[in-house]
Design a protein around this ligand. Structure first.
Ligand code: FDA
Length: 396
């Protein structure tokens, strides 16, 4: 065999690229994976705090954001979370559920990268790192020619698995989007997702003393809401509930925080008024929320401070309403520097949901995050990488 001639070239040795390469090679395809990085699966290695939240037991199409919400259904149903879990178990990797169906390695994310590379090598797929891709063209024989600093490679099929723009320091580039456009594909506007919010100066000054404070909230907007932890940071707001709602947020919009998601604040306040009429609002708030948050709220909201008995029903109702829907207007997000994902990307309307093949350029495939399919926080983005990679690897 010509060492430069392959059936399939996969661009990107990340989650989707490696899984696709192994799947295609198991079918007897000659597969080459090219990546400019020194190490395969860099994002996997740092994901989930080094333990990789590799899937979610409750994965369903509702956990994904896309201009075409139906697109992800076929791949997710043909290669499910249980299929990936079975592979993890075959490799003897110990894992556990942390919360909300999120599965993490007991030991290290390295186990997942090792497994993917083992699958590639067992199936005979070649993974070549430190390879800069200069150009991709199609020759007269309708083969893809990938020109690189290591030489030129030819293949009948080309799989684009170069991911999104988040965390450029880990090797993220717009390569996949540019290649898609080169072949006439529409790329929907991209923006950072699963990302902390930054604040306007006045809010920042007021929130700063709370850095490090966490509480359970429901963070929501006109589209959806998430009940998870929120964290005040030196730069703004973070924590799972904030990262989740950031993917549904547009600049200029407010976000509402239900600071007391577990109780009916008005009922509770009425009860305190009746049972402890001489107590104060601050004492009750402090029994429900972190003290530093209470101090900030009292200062910011300018609620009158008096005995509970002296609050009118309207006053209590206003306070309760505010506690259940506390508005915050982010200044922006921390952007791709800290974002976990990229929203938008290659328009799925020009890609087959069954095979991930381009509908306009035969032999060209897109998988993983480069596509306009973005999962929630909690293992969904890796599941999309595995599912889209599998159906592509089965058909390429
Ligand atoms: P991925 O980014 O994994 O791979 C793309 C590959 O293409 C990289 O190896 C890159 O080097 C290569 N490449 C890019 N441009 C290139 C070029 N021009 N030439 C050659 N190669 C190029 N998800 C989840 O489900 N659970 C989790 O726990 C986490 N945690 C997490 C933490 C952090 C900090 C981040 C940034 C992200 C996550 N994610 C996550 C998201 C998850 O990592 C992401 O969705 C998948 O890695 C996407 O897989 P892909 O294979 O599509 O891209």
């Amino acid at each position: 065999m010509d060492s430069k001639q392959f059936d399939v070239i996969v661009l990107g040795a990340g989650a989707a690229g490696l899984h696709c390469a192994a799947t295609a090679a198991r079918r007897g395809k000659r597969v080459l994976v090219l990546d400019h990085a020194k190490q395969a699966g860099k994002k996997i290695l740092i994901s989930g705090g080094g333990r990789c939240n590799f899937t979610n037991m409750f994965t369903s199409p509702e956990n994904f954001i896309s201009a075409n919400p139906h697109f992800c259904k076929s791949a997710l149903s043909r290669y499910t979370q249980w299929d990936f879990i079975a592979q993890v178990e075959r490799h003897g990797i110990a894992y556990h559920e942390k919360t909300l169906g999120q599965l993490f390695c007991d030991d290290s994310a390295k186990d997942i990268v090792r497994m993917l590379l083992q699958e590639c090598s067992d199936a005979g797929a070649r993974v070549q790192l430190r390879t800069e891709i200069a150009s991709v063209t199609v020759n007269d024989a309708k083969q893809y020619r990938v020109a690189t600093n290591q030489g030129d490679y030819l293949a009948d099929a080309l799989v684009v698995a170069t991911g999104g723009l988040s965390m450029p320091k880990l090797g993220a580039t717009p390569f996949g989007f540019k290649l898609a456009e080169q072949f006439g594909h529409r790329v929907l506007p991209v923006r950072a997702g699963l990302v902390p919010f930054t604040l306007h100066d006045a809010d920042k000054a007021q929130f700063e003393p709370l850095a490090g404070t966490a509480c359970d909230v429901v963070a929501g907007n006109h589209l959806t809401s998430f009940k998870e932890a929120m964290l005040f940071t030196h730069r703004g707001l973070s924590g799972p509930s904030i990262l989740q709602i950031s993917s549904y947020w547009q600049p200029g919009e407010p976000v509402w925080l239900n600071l007391l998601p577990e109780i009916d604040a008005l009922e509770a306040l009425k009860q305190v008024k009746q049972q402890q009429p001489k107590s104060g609002l601050k004492a009750w708030l402090s029994s429900q929320l972190p003290k530093r948050l209470v101090s900030m709220l009292l200062q910011r909201e300018q609620w009158p401070l008096k005995n509970m008995a002296d609050y009118s029903h309207q006053e209590l109702s206003d306070i309760a309403e505010r506690l259940h829907a506390w508005p915050v207007k982010p200044n922006g997000t921390e952007g791709y520097r800290t974002a976990e994902v990229t929203l938008g990307g290659v328009d799925t309307n020009q890609v087959s949901s069954k095979t991930m093949q381009s509908n306009i350029q035969p032999g060209l495939y897109f998988i993983g995050e480069v596509l306009d399919v973005t999962g929630w926080l909690g293992g969904y983005n890796f599941q999309w990488a595995w599912s889209s990679a599998h159906v592509c690897g089965e058909s390429v």
